[in-house]
Design a binder for this molecule. Structure first.
Ligand code: GLC
Length: 426
């Protein structure tokens, strides 16, 4: 992480004085919120906090971070370990709660009216040892995006197995590439980062190969179905997917897709609204379905994602920070996020909201997908999760890049995870 990010969060000093309700002068707070972003999240954030700023007299500064959750986590862990008072609120990934729980304020009491409106499983994911570590702001579960017009043109059905997807992508790519050399069959997230953990967990799980580490803490990744899943994905690199997919995160995949250069894409719901934007070449041309399965009889797997807001224990503005967290997690902002960014709400009633259904139909359509989504093994591996994930995505990345076979790399991964298992792992 560059020092530029640290330099960028020097707290400004000028604070405006406002009159409190009872006439006593109080100082308005300047609140610092740190978040990574994809799509238009940074611009939209200003609109989300404006009503709260107007109501409270406080101001909010967004400190933008890299899009990669892996990079964000590394930086946040340093700030928190140093007890930094520069950041009041952190936007946190669904998988981080067990690792950062000690550094955040317990929001149980503050959120007592909000929690009953939420899906219990999401609140549970942010609860560590009875402490509510962060408030959910949106949840995430990926889709297979497909070009309806191109499926029609080549008379190809929406694929339900990975083999069908491979064949369909090849047919369309073979047909389109002559006129458009930049065209690819399938784009996804192949960079060595947390996003690859998500994609690869979906391949493995949908081939019946387990969840890397199971809920009871046992290491399951070294098995023939997982090997088959990784071999299948390896077969895409340089055929239906560009070699460059090994450096793609969400935004690179969306870039290829949204310029009309891919038949299929694996991505999160945020790409739905953007894909239908006025500047998108695929506006109105695509559909979404669940990710394919290994073979008939297997179950589709969508990795559970999602983002939350947490208040730093080291914040010097805790009351204001908690108030802002409640606002960002509450129904007004969740609805704005759903409409503007096609983010999946965590508040149950928003799935029956007519405005949301009309503007972003993926949201009601995706309720059951996220409710059945597969969690990454952050609960069983507790404080070891980021190391487990890094070992997994590196083993997968090596396999996709042709450095070692899937079988050898998964056997080595099992040995590494066995060494890592111990204190702080269920
Ligand atoms: C999405 C998910 C998040 C996940 C990330 C991986 O942002 O919401 O949970 O870790 O993608 O790139």
């Amino acid at each position: 992480m560059s020092n530029g990010y640290r330099a960028g969060v020097m707290r400004a000093t000028a604070l405006a004085a406002v009159l409190a309700v009872f006439g006593a002068p109080v100082m308005a707070d300047e609140i610092f919120y740190v978040s990574g972003a994809v799509g238009n999240a940074v611009e939209n954030f200003k609109a989300y906090v404006k009503p709260w700023e107007e109501k409270t007299g406080n101001t909010v500064t967004l400190v933008p971070m890299p899009a990669s959750t892996t990079d964000q986590f590394a930086q946040y862990r340093l700030w928190l370990a140093a007890g930094s008072t520069d950041i009041d609120l952190y936007q946190t990934d669904v998988i981080w709660a067990p690792q950062l729980a000690d550094q955040f304020v317990d929001l149980t009491a503050a959120a007592k009216d909000l929690v009953p409106t939420e899906f219990p499983s999401i609140v549970e994911s942010q609860t560590v040892g009875g402490k509510l570590v962060a408030l959910p702001i949106f949840t995430d579960a990926p889709a297979l995006y497909y070009r309806k017009d191109l499926l029609d043109k080549y008379k190809v059905a929406v694929p339900t197995t990975w083999d069908e997807l491979t064949a369909a992508a090849k047919t369309i790519q073979d047909g389109e590439k002559a006129a458009n050399p930049d065209f690819w069959g399938f784009v996804w997230q192949g960079n060595a980062y947390e996003g690859l953990t998500c994609d690869a967990l979906e391949w493995v799980k949908s081939f019946g190969g387990g969840q890397i580490v199971e809920a009871d803490g046992s290491i399951s990744i070294n098995n023939p179905k997982a090997v088959k899943a990784l071999e299948t994905a390896k077969g895409w690199v340089g055929t239906i997917s560009p070699e460059g997919v090994l450096a793609y995160q969400e935004e690179e995949a969306r870039g290829v897709w949204q310029t009309g250069n891919a038949a299929f894409m694996r991505n999160w719901p945020y790409a739905y609204g953007l894909g239908n934007g006025d500047d998108s070449k695929v506006k109105g041309l695509f559909g979404v379905t669940t990710l394919p399965v290994g073979a008939a009889g297997d179950t589709s797997a969508a990795t559970l994602g999602g983002w939350n807001v947490a208040v730093s224990k080291y914040s010097k503005h805790q009351d204001a920070a908690v108030s802002l967290a409640l606002w960002l997690a509450g129904p007004e902002v969740q609805k704005m996020r759903a409409l503007n960014e096609s983010n999946l709400p965590t508040i149950q009633s928003l799935y029956d909201d007519a405005d949301i259904a009309a503007k972003q139909p993926i949201i009601p359509q995706w309720k059951n997908v996220f409710l059945n989504a597969v969690p990454r093994p952050s609960a069983p591996t507790l404080t070891k999760y980021s190391e487990v994930s890094a070992k997994f995505f590196n083993a997968v990345h090596e396999t996709l890049a042709g450095n070692g076979s899937a079988a050898d790399n998964l056997a080595a991964l099992e040995a590494d995870l066995t060494d890592l298992k111990g204190d702080g792992w269920k």
